[in-house]
Ligand binder design. Structure first.
Ligand SMILES: Cc1cc2nc3c(=O)[nH]c(=O)nc-3n(C[C@H](O)[C@H](O)[C@H](O)COP(=O)(O)O)c2cc1C
Length: 125
């Protein structure tokens, strides 16, 4: 495997959590995106906390997160946060993230943080 590809794999495998996103092409995630994950042994991602995201030309394909990305990362036995992040051009204002998307990012990030933080020790009754 070439150096750049190897670095990408190592970054994915070493990460405490993943924010996984793809543009929507022809109603689905990119072929290259799928190819990348096809090369990963499913056991290597098991239990990893994940936020799912996608961008599209319109809202029409927003459910690509629920119908395609979520099953794929379920196959990998990752821990996927409930809130997915779908964005179109309308979610950006002069390149800056707009308020609705910003709020969803905050919700997804706090869900992710709960998966990463160690559970508090049980207190004696
Ligand atoms: C070949 C091609 C197919 C596309 N198919 C879809 C599609 O099925 N549904 C959709 O919402 N957007 C579609 N788009 C729009 C892209 O999703 C959109 O341009 C992209 O998410 C914007 O992200 P980017 O600025 O990182 O490219 C398509 C774009 C291209 C070039």
């Amino acid at each position: 495997m070439a150096g750049t590809a190897r670095q990408a794999f190592e970054a994915i495998l070493d990460a405490d959590a993943l924010v996984v996103a793809s543009p929507v092409y022809k109603g689905s995630y990119l072929g290259l995106f799928k190819h990348l994950f096809d090369l990963i042994d499913p056991k290597q991602l098991a239990g990893k906390p994940v936020i799912l995201g996608a961008t599209g030309g319109s809202e029409r394909h927003a459910l690509v997160i629920e119908h395609q990305l979520r099953p794929l990362f379920g196959f990998f036995n990752t821990q996927i946060v409930p809130t997915g992040l779908y964005a179109t051009e309308k979610d950006f204002d002069d390149g800056a993230v707009g308020p609705a998307l910003s709020e969803r990012i905050g919700v997804a990030a706090s869900q992710l943080a709960r998966l990463i933080e160690p559970a508090p020790a049980l207190q004696p009754a």
